[in-house]
Design a protein around this ligand. Structure first.
Ligand code: COI
Length: 356
């Protein structure tokens, strides 16, 4: 903390980067945690600004039992990915968007946050320090998890006096066990993910704890995940536990608009632009359950899930299937366009790729 200017690479202490390859079966890797070599850490006091960060060996961190994050949930996270290309370049997808989203979330949660530049430099340093864990081209990606937590001690309800920004990484494959096969969702009618005026539009950790109960019940019944409705009318779509949702009808694609209760997904935003560029009419608006059940295709988007086709939706005991449980053509097309861009297989005319 204090007034020091962050060094150009955002790292205080250089680390020695092992160059040997890792022993992983890249063909079977899913979305599970793999411990890698290094993590990034940077601290700051309330009212101060982040300055020098450092790369340290990946491992446990020490926190007081009174830490703000443990007692009052003052915490945010982000998720982005690095890809290895055939010519051995490393590509990041829109890291600036994650940095800006973390700043917005920090403002809502009364936390200081790293600047956009500090965030991006820290991400780059962490990826490079863990380079050997980036899967080969086409076999997955390195998932990057930035965290911002109230690490200082506090007893009465108040912002923590100290904050820690951390980044760890893990190689990942597909998020859902279905892989790229369509997932089956159930609409939750009792519990809600977010409420107007709440924190649904920021990536605060409590939003994710809040969905575990419904998600667990859905999984126990064989569903892949839960789709939430708005808490006021209980008829407009919000999002799935870990991703945004889109419906397709003819040439028209619709997704719930961002109005405070929905996470402004970076993949969501990218898919809207890619779909418009490919001639689809895309609307961000209120989408009803009736429209969902009447759609030609449904798919989810997120950093972790990428573009995940939906095979069926169950609502109030009745199920609707899409495309005979096959991957819909529009979902397939948008998945392919986005991932080819992310993996550096096509020209980056959007200017979204950051090469390390
Ligand atoms: C992501 O897509 O990066 C997310 O943050 C979702 C997470 C629950 C895995």
């Amino acid at each position: 903390c204090g007034t020091n200017i962050a060094p150009a690479v955002g790292v205080n202490s250089p680390v020695s980067v092992p160059s040997d390859t890792v022993d992983i079966d890249w063909d079977t890797i899913g979305f599970g945690l793999v411990h890698t070599d290094h993590m990034y850490t940077m601290k700051c006091s309330l009212g101060g600004s982040f300055s020098k960060g450092e790369l340290v060996p990946f491992g446990n961190i020490e926190l007081s039992p009174c830490a703000g994050v443990l007692n009052y949930g003052q915490g945010l996270f982000e998720g982005l990915k690095a890809y290895r290309t055939e010519d051995d370049n490393i590509l990041l997808f829109r890291p600036e968007e994650n940095a800006k989203r973390m700043m917005m979330g920090a403002e809502r949660m009364c936390m200081p946050s790293p600047s956009v530049d500090q965030f991006i430099q820290a991400v780059k340093a962490t990826v490079l320090a863990n380079e050997r864990w980036i899967p080969p081209p086409g076999k997955g990606s390195l998932y990057i998890r930035p965290l911002l937590i109230g690490s200082g001690s506090v007893l009465g309800l108040a912002p923590a006096p100290e904050y820690t920004f951390l980044i760890y990484v893990s190689p990942v494959g597909n998020y859902f066990k279905e892989g790229l096969s369509p997932i089956n969702l159930i609409i939750e009618t009792e519990m809600h993910r977010a409420t107007p005026g709440g924190t649904g539009s920021v990536k605060t950790i409590g939003n994710y704890a809040a969905v575990l109960k419904a998600q667990g019940a859905a999984k126990a019944e064989g569903y892949s995940d839960v789709l939430y409705l708005d808490s006021v009318h209980k008829k407009y779509l919000e999002e799935v536990s870990s991703c945004n949702i889109f419906i397709v009808k003819g040439n028209s694609i619709s997704t719930p608009d961002i109005k405070g209760t929905i996470l402004p997904g970076i993949t969501r935003k990218s898919i809207i632009d890619v779909a418009r560029d490919e001639g689809f009419q895309v609307e961000e608006r209120e989408v009803t359950v009736d429209e969902l059940l009447d759609a030609d295709e449904v798919f989810c988007t997120g950093t972790a899930v990428v573009v995940s086709p939906v095979g069926s939706i169950t609502y109030l005991g009745k199920s609707v299937s899409y495309g005979s449980h096959g991957v819909g053509l529009v979902s397939q097309q948008l998945y392919s366009s986005l991932t080819r861009l992310q993996m550096g297989l096509v020209d980056d005319k959007m200017g979204w790729i950051v090469k390390l």
